[in-house]
Design a protein around this ligand. Structure first.
Ligand code: CUA
Length: 361
């Protein structure tokens, strides 16, 4: 399974965008060679041809050549634009997270291991099992320092940054076992912070899933934290006494804040609201929520985020940075009418997040 890529020395190509990255890379190498060789050859040629033959000779004056200057401007322009366009295409494919991933995995990095959890509950350490031919989305953060989740065979990598969520996606194209690395120096055992991604046929993957104790899913863990362990529900559970902002249906929508701004309710917003509740207070509410900084681990935060997402029926959707907000997936389309009416309500000045007089909870 080593290097059967069509490019010598390259790792195996095992994702849908691997060939794109390789093609761009090979193109860059060819362009570099195509310029380097003539330049070096010209240096030697001119060095010989125009070498000093007579002391203090005055060269002929040269008044430029429109033709020559046009050619040496246009050719590099065209070449650099092809590099730009191809690079933008490859980048867009990689870093625009699909709206409809077939599965989601939560990743928490720490010195020096990767902790992964499937949305069905299975946990893994330094290993990730995925089905072939399905879009897999990773939502990642870290407990300590900056790491970088890198799978060379998939030709993709993304920094995993303290205090925020980053995303990575891939679609594996063939079953196999592929190296997984931390690709950002993160301390003493950085080099040991790796593992394997196991790409399996769907049937084998289903067997693997059912053969592993799933325990609670992230959504269930989040609900447990929300309702019991952290007591969030005492303020956020709805009803006439509701003191905390409504959480149902907010995910993926704009939320009005005290002071007039709005913020998109994405993973980042939920996380920040738990850790820094005073920084983004929802319109119509008092800044009474205590911070949960230091009381919840990153894994618990991931579960809480998953649970609050699930309140909007948005289990499979996210807003990644960049094109957030504009997305609605098919699975989410049922809530589109609600979204639209909420949007209208916003325009009319009422706050959909304010406590409802006739709550349905
Ligand atoms: Cu984690 Cu290097």
């Amino acid at each position: 399974m080593q290097t059967n890529s069509w490019v010598p020395l390259f790792p195996e190509q095992a994702s849908t965008f691997a060939w794109q990255v390789d093609l761009l890379y090979v193109y860059l190498i060819i362009v570099s060679i195509a310029f380097s060789i003539p330049i070096v050859a010209a240096i030697f040629y001119f060095g010989l041809k125009y070498r000093e033959k007579e002391k203090y000779a005055t060269p002929d004056e040269m008044h430029g050549s429109i033709m020559l200057e046009t050619v040496w401007s246009i050719i590099p322009f065209v070449v650099s634009m092809t590099i730009f366009l191809a690079g933008a295409y490859v980048y867009y494919n990689q870093f625009r997270i699909p709206d409809d991933p077939a599965m989601e995995v939560y990743v928490v990095g720490k010195q020096w291991m990767w902790k992964l959890q499937h949305s069905t509950g299975q946990r893994e350490i330094n290993e990730l099992h995925v089905p072939v031919g399905r879009k897999v989305k990773l939502t990642m953060t870290t407990e300590d320092v900056l790491h970088d989740f890198s799978v060379p065979a998939f030709r993709t990598k993304t920094d995993v940054v303290p205090g925020r969520y980053t995303y990575l996606w891939f679609e594996a194209t063939k079953p196999g076992k592929y190296h997984l690395f931390c690709a950002e120096y993160c301390g003493l055992n950085h080099s040991g912070m790796g593992g394997f991604v196991y790409v399996m046929e769907q049937r084998d993957f289903d067997n693997w899933l059912s053969g592993n104790v799933s325990g609670q899913t992230p959504v269930e863990q989040g609900r447990d934290l929300f309702e019991n362990k952290l007591g969030c529900a005492s303020c956020h559970a709805g009803g006439p006494q509701q003191r905390g902002a409504k959480l149902e249906g907010i995910f993926g929508h704009d939320v009005k804040l005290v002071g007039g701004g709005t913020v998109l309710a994405n993973e980042e917003y939920i996380r920040n609201s738990i850790l820094n509740p005073g920084s983004q207070v929802v319109e119509g509410f008092q800044p009474i929520m205590p911070t949960f900084k230091g009381q919840v681990t990153e894994e618990q935060l991931v579960s809480l985020v998953a649970y609050i997402k699930s309140l909007s029926g948005a289990a499979g959707t996210t807003s990644s940075s960049g094109d957030a907000g504009a997305k609605q997936t098919a699975s989410n389309s049922a809530s589109n009418s609600t979204a639209a009416s909420q949007g209208n309500a916003n325009k009319q000045g009422s706050n959909p997040n304010a406590p409802a007089a006739n709550s349905n909870r």
